[in-house]
Ligand binder design. Sequence first.
Ligand code: TRP
Length: 334
Amino acid sequence: MNKDHKVLYSGMQATGNLTLGNYLGALKNWVSLADEYECYYGVMDLHSLTVRQDPAEFRKRARALLTLYIAAGIDPEKNCLYLQSSVPCHAELAWILDCFTYMGELSRMTQFKDKSAKHADNVNAGLFTYPVLMAADILLYQTDVVPVGQDQLQHLEITRDIAQRFNSIYGDVFAIPEPYIGKVGAKIMSLQDPSKKMSKSDENPNASIYLMDDPDTIRRKCKRAITDSEATIAYRDEQPGLKNLFDIYCTCTGKSSDEAVAEFQGQGYGQLKEAVGEAVVGILKPMQDRMAEIAADKSYLDRVIKENAERAYYSANKTLRKVKKKIGLTEMPR
Ligand code: TRP
């Protein structure tokens, strides 16, 4: 990691089955950011506790997500890839920041409103203070930029508000993070309803390609993708299903939409769907194989988890100590 670079922070939750949308829209783009930024990527396992988890399954998934980061090409020597729960500073700073965050601003978070409606039987306090933990994640590393999707922008906004509020009382303790604007990933839509984003929580399994789907499943899902009855090969908003297929094809192959449209001109949708299936298999299959390889070497993964957590802790603790000192908590006597 280059400590002279600006700091970039992002992360994903280890719950649900990640989809092709998560890969093409986020992960894939994280790979090359290490050339320009000092990058931290967390497996946000503490955030996942807002929903009840099966312990054994949860432990496996957290490790699997870290493995996926590596298999996707994010080098754990050049980036800091770690489990959020391995660095106790996150929970500690979150509590402190809770005391600088208002009930009113948290109740306005759209994700809180959506999730509490969806899980009406478990509206726990963690769900409510979720954005504060996220603020702690970001602020601990003196983060300059955060690549996040549209759905997380409000959380980044509240992070900035909390940081500014704290800084205005205690001086410049936190860097104020900005949303990352650079090459953004492709926005991949549902294969069954191209007006919706491809989502890991879609109840229709044909709507999403999961990163762990086997090649035949991937081909079948592509074949069943919803298109239209116009029977013309074009890349335009009026044919959203087709457009989505082209987006997938182009992101996987690196071709432009013009090139792809020219390539399939005069052919049927069936041929395009087949080619999309092959392109996706061509990306996902090698990644799955790499995951299996990495997972088979337990001592390697253990070492990555440990070394990266130590590096993360070192940076995070620097900020946390400064915070504690500023607000008047007693330092451990030497
Ligand atoms: N809330 C984010 C999501 O669900 C995950 C997340 C937690 C995150 N902490 C973060 C993303 C810090 C970016 C930075 O997608």
